[in-house]
Design a protein around this ligand. Sequence first.
Ligand code: PGA
Length: 226
Amino acid sequence: MKNIWIIANWKSNKNIAEALDWISKVGPNLPKRENFKVVVCPSFSALSEVKKAITVGNFPLIVGAQDLSPLGAGAYTGEESAELLKELIDLAILGHSERRQNFGETDEMLAKKVAQANAYSIIPVVCVQSSDTPVPEGCKLIAYEPIFAIGTGNPDTPENANQVAGVLKEKHGPAPAGLEVLYGGSVTSENAKAFIFQSNINGLLIGKASLDAEEFIKICKVMELI
Ligand code: PGA
């Protein structure tokens, strides 16, 4: 049975109280299934409290970060290294187009971040904007996120996303070698099913619609239909 990943990318949203409110609503309402991997990626400031709440509640939720440092621990003011984050997270979203656009992130930096994540057993989720985006060595999980679809309410078509996911799998690790491809960009509870039922798509990376606990629970319930 294929893994289904549902990753909530909160971006720079939710203070600690709001984050804990979301966890208390979503945590008890998640289907518990071996192949069903639900991940929440809060801001760095809420990571620790979110991790604690999930542990105490024993919820089937994985904690992830939205980025991490290309360098190790040490004299790097302002950076969050994989070595230190490892206590709190099991996964990290890397190379998101918002980081490339707003913070000058390059393919070279991305490759270093992926290496750091892998060195500390943090699963890197590498975002690509098309099937031509370079993918660093050591990636098992890729999110196809076309720029036109991010935060616009204008998702790609499930058929095209499936086709791109197929090309990515051929190029970077054909199934069943293990590469999994997610789709992200204006996913909602209305369109989630159409994406997740595509043969090459292994899950969803969700921004805006993940902020609302009820909407996110609805998306998770869609996954139960598979
Ligand atoms: P969106 O964002 O769901 O708000 O379009 C997705 C993402 O940027 O990961």
